[in-house]
Design a protein around this ligand. Structure first.
Ligand SMILES: [Zn+2]
Length: 67
């Protein structure tokens, strides 16, 4: 299932919300308020589902080839 990801406004790094969401449901919950604990700056970031974006966990992770 795709995971909802946010971006830290202070460090500009991605934050994993741990929330799985099917894209078909995104519009129905886009106004839902959410707070995430940011692992990069240590603050809580508040927003709505619409502030995040979905990432497909099923995509293979690109791993650089070992030399
Ligand atoms: Zn942050």
């Amino acid at each position: 299932m795709p995971q909802l990801m946010f971006r830290c406004p202070y460090t500009n790094k991605p934050i994993r919300s741990g929330i799985g969401l099917v894209p078909e449901n995104l519009s129905t919950v886009s106004d839902y308020p959410i707070s995430v604990q940011c692992p990069h700056c240590g603050r809580q970031h508040h927003g709505t589902i619409a502030d995040g974006c979905l990432t497909d966990e099923r995509s293979p992770t690109l791993v650089p080839p070992e030399e």
